[in-house]
Ligand binder design. Structure first.
Ligand code: GLU
Length: 423
């Protein structure tokens, strides 16, 4: 992995684009910095390039503050105030949804300012709110992060657009605080210093359903992580969201300091840093690196998973000495709706079965819907008079006494099928 990451840094080509200069301090960043990091959800961090260089998180803070607002107030409360629709507009557009007057989503500045204002109690002062945000982002990173005062003051000196957006939000009652306070808090949130390694770890925390890979702490509930990743998928790349979805295909968020954070649910978090930006305000080389990694590593979320049939290892019908039929169905891998539906479909369309053996010894995991479907299948087979045998030494099915009628004693191994012949 480290060799591969180094090789993509070398192969990512000439840089193009310009530094963000509407924040004076960003215009003086070293434009040639380049880093890529990948964190697995169990905490292994692979890195290449300037992975320990600190830079301000900027808009990549938005998903985390949205997560904090969701964790503190619940989905309905936040949805009443901030939408989840892609805006197709620039990140700093002065716009609200026509009827609801909500900001369209939490990834554009209007929604991010509203999300910032939701953190804590409405009457909290700027420092209290910023401290809550800093603490949560530190939990995501697994280390103490801090606000870079120079970046914060530099952005505040030119924050006319964000002040305009905050005034708009206040005039429509989306925020109740003084607009200036919300912008001061939000700008500090954007000025929190991170490294590319931090961002990859923070992405892995979202990918792991909110569990930080190195500390093991559940930083936000799983449902919150899912909501945040969904909004990143549809709105994270501003007016280039459709392009990103089709070419790169994993949830991501970019920032004007040159970072991009990506997360592939259940697998990994990744981050890139290269300060020169394209016309959407996204790192030019960063997009190129993410596109290449997605193709090389099969990270596109719409890539069809393993076909369901590969989970049916063997499915045989046998005839016993008395002429009755037994069916032995051996499954493998991780069972989900698609694979279990195949088994259920064929169980009901054959001849009546006297014995059904379900062999789960090679199954690694069963998700909730697959578990319920299999339990119901066994229950109904028993109601139809079949003997049901379950080979599940690791208890992957978690069958409770209520879920199935008691299994006959003799059906604890395939030895009971002696004398049966293949049909
Ligand atoms: N602090 C920046 C702003 O509000 C963040 C923008 C970005 O990173 O896209 O303008």
């Amino acid at each position: 992995m480290p060799d591969y990451l180094t090789e993509i840094l070398h192969a990512c080509g000439d840089d193009a684009g310009a530094l963000a200069d509407y924040i004076p301090e960003l215009a003086s960043a070293d434009p040639d910095r380049l880093a890529v990091c990948l964190s697995t959800i169990d905490g292994t961090l692979y890195r290449a390039g300037d992975s320990d260089t600190e830079f301000s998180i900027q808009s990549i803070s938005k998903p985390f503050v949205y997560a904090l607002a969701l964790a503190e107030h619940g989905l309905d409360h936040v949805l009443d105030r901030i939408g989840v629709e892609p805006s197709g507009e620039a990140f700093n557009e002065l716009s609200l949804e026509r009827d609801s007057r909500r900001p369209r989503n939490p990834m554009i500045n209007a929604g991010a300012l509203a999300a910032h204002a939701l953190v804590g109690d409405p009457g909290d002062d700027v420092d209290t709110r910023v401290e809550r945000v800093r603490r949560l982002m530190s939990d995501f990173a697994g280390r103490e992060l801090h606000v870079d005062r120079t970046i914060y003051e530099s952005e505040m000196s030119q924050a006319y657009r964000n002040l305009a957006i905050a005034n708009m939000l206040r005039s429509y009652g989306v925020i109740s605080q003084h607009p200036r306070d919300v912008v001061h808090g939000y700008t500090q949130q954007c000025a929190i210093s991170v490294t590319t390694s931090d961002l990859a770890t923070m992405g892995a925390t979202l990918a792991a359903g909110g569990v930080q890979p190195t500390t093991g702490k559940q930083v936000v509930p799983e449902q919150v992580a899912r909501q945040v990743l969904s909004v990143m998928m549809s709105c994270g790349m501003y007016d280039a969201a459709g392009d990103w979805m089709t070419t790169v295909g994993f949830p991501a968020k970019s920032g004007v300091s040159g970072g991009i954070l990506g997360a592939l649910p259940g697998q990994l978090g990744m981050a890139v840093f290269s300060p020169r930006l394209d016309s959407h305000g996204t790192s030019t080389r960063g997009v190129r690196i993410c596109t290449r990694m997605s193709a090389d590593m099969g990270l596109h979320i719409m890539q069809a998973p393993e076909p369901a049939r590969s989970t049916v290892r063997r499915d045989r019908t046998l005839r016993g000495p008395d002429g009755s039929l037994a069916r032995v169905c051996s499954l493998q891998g991780s069972l989900q709706f698609g694979s279990v539906e195949r088994v259920l479909r064929t169980v009901t369309d054959g001849m009546p079965i006297a014995v059904f053996v379900l062999d789960l010894r090679r199954v690694s995991s069963v998700n909730d819907v697959a578990r319920r479907m299999l339990a119901e299948m066994l229950r109904r087979l028993q109601l139809d008079g079949a003997d049901v045998a379950l080979l599940d030494p690791d208890h992957v099915l978690h069958l409770s006494e209520q879920a199935v009628v008691r299994l006959p004693e003799r059906w604890t191994s395939l030895a009971a099928l002696e004398g049966y012949e293949r049909v």
